[in-house]
Every structure is written in structure tokens, then in C-alpha cells.
Design a binder for this molecule. Structure first.
Ligand code: MG
Length: 262
């Protein structure tokens, strides 16, 4: 099994990066791994830590309509160049945490996606060099309030609610380019999304290069590479699970937002 890089919180509330062992104990690193963090002699047992999202990005840059069949289901063309937007860092939640259904929306969708973790400061990077800037891979759910996306004409609100970016559960460094992404709802054994990541219109290298010509990417930043065909609705009480071969599974439940309506 590939090495799994995690971010965890100990019982005193301190946050560490670490290596997840087969036993589920975590060997702590002395810094984020993309900043040269090295393994220490300290191990935390499974009952003594909480798993967090595997990085703490300064920004999340996402890509729309990057699978042709998904663009078609949205009744739009594949864009001629990558269509990018952002999700705020405050939208990130860990595996097993709850997605809060916002009271402003009547239609919230899942979007299973491959996430890239940036390992370096990247500006104006050629596509041929971009693979050296991708430190690793994890799984994301680009949760979207579809009705607000249509209504607003731009996507900040629809994509930006707190809890709208489940991320994790860990990072791996290598990924088979033909790995399959699948999304499952509740106890259904038939996936609602199933595609190979090499069906992307713009590859990870092209995306990193393209985005780096707009803004500097920082170590630990996250790029969401777009969702395949089969997006659909979430309801309060649903469990949504996204699996990518060679990484693992990201699972979250949907709950009512308990914030007081203003
Ligand atoms: Mg998306």
C-alpha cells in the first residue's frame, strides 16, 4: 500500500502531519511533508488523535466542466481553456465530518473529484515542468448549491458555503493515470459517478500550468480537477462516498444547517 500522509490533532489540540501506519497509529512528522518534514520517533495510537483534512490550503482553485460527458449533462460545451473558480479555505472539512445543507438553497449536489496538492511555490510554470510541482493526490467533494449557481451567474456563493469542500482522508504521492473515480450514495452498490481520471479534458499538468499563469500557488494549496458525468442531488440524512483507486474513500453525511436564520 502506498504511504498515506495525514494531518491530525492530538488530545491537547495540537496539529501535526504524519504517516498513517497499517495499525492506524500515526508516526508524526516534524513539518508538513511538502516543506521537507521528516519522521520523528513519536507515534500516536488510534484513540489519541482526530483525523483532519490532509492539508490546510491558502486557497482552493477548482476547474469547471473538465469532463466532456459532464459538460454535456450540464447542457454546455467543453470550454476552450480551463474554466477556473475558487472555494474558500473555510469550506474544507475532513472525512466523516458533516456537510451542512444551507437554508438558502433547495438544491445541493455532490461532485466527486480528484484533488491535487501543490508542493512548491509555483508561478508561470510550463506544462512540461508542472508534474514536479504536484506533491500528491487526495479526494474531494466539490459540493455545490446548484440553484444558487444558476441564480447568481457566478459561483462564489454556490461553491463557498462552510463544509462544502470535504477533502481527504489522506494524501498519496503517486497515482495511476487510469485510476477510476466513483461516487456512491447511502447503501447503493451502483455508483452514481464512475469515470477514469484520464478522461479529463485538461490534464493535471495543464491545469497547474494554466493556474500558475494567473496566481502564485503555494505549498499545500489544492486544485480540484473537475467532476465526471453523473452529478446529482443530496438530501439531509444522505451519506456520500467518493472513491479513487489507489487513494481510498472520502465519506461524509449531510445534515441540516443548525445556524439561526437571520
Ligand atoms: Mg466541480
Amino acid at each position: 500500500m502506498a504511504q498515506r500522509y495525514v494531518r491530525i490533532q492530538n488530545q491537547e489540540g495540537k496539529i501535526f502531519y504524519g504517516l498513517l501506519q497499517i495499525s492506524l497509529n500515526v508516526q508524526l512528522l516534524d513539518a508538513p511533508p511538502w516543506l521537507g518534514g521528516q519522521p520523528t520517533d513519536v507515534y500516536l495510537e488510534v484513540d489519541n488523535y482526530l483525523i483532519l483534512a490532509p492539508c490546510s490550503p491558502s486557497k482552493i482553485v477548482a476547474v469547471g466542466k473538465n469532463y466532456a460527458a459532464h459538460a454535456a449533462e450540464m447542457e454546455t460545451e467543453v470550454p476552450e481553456e480551463p474554466l477556473i473558480f475558487m472555494k474558500p479555505p473555510t469550506s474544507v472539512i475532513a472525512c466523516d465530518k458533516e456537510i451542512h445543507y444551507p437554508p438558502q438553497s433547495q438544491r445541493v449536489d455532490y461532485e466527486g473529484e480528484l484533488a491535487l496538492i501543490i508542493g512548491d511555490r509555483v508561478f508561470n510554470c510550463a506544462p512540461e515542468k508542472a508534474h514536479t510541482k504536484i506533491w500528491g493526490y487526495t479526494i474531494a467533494n466539490d459540493v455545490t448549491a446548484r440553484d444558487l449557481q444558476r441564480k447568481d451567474g457566478q459561483w462564489t456563493r454556490a461553491k463557498g458555503f462552510d463544509t462544502f469542500c470535504p477533502l481527504g482522508p489522506w494524501i498519496v504521492r503517486e497515482l495511476n493515470p487510469g485510476a477510476r473515480l466513483q461516487t456512491f450514495l447511502n447503501d447503493d452498490t451502483k455508483p452514481v459517478q464512475s469515470a477514469c481520471i484520464d478522461e479529463m479534458v485538461f490534464s493535471p499538468d495543464v491545469l497547474v500550468s494554466y493556474i500558475s499563469q494567473v496566481m502564485t500557488l503555494l505549498p499545500g494549496d489544492v486544485i480540484l480537477t473537475g467532476t465526471p458525468v453523473g452529478v446529482g442531488e443530496l438530501h439531509i440524512g444522505d451519506r456520500v462516498r467518493i472513491e479513487i483507486e489507489g487513494i481510498g474513500r472520502l465519506e461524509n453525511t449531510v445534515t441540516a444547517n443548525t445556524h439561526k436564520k437571520l
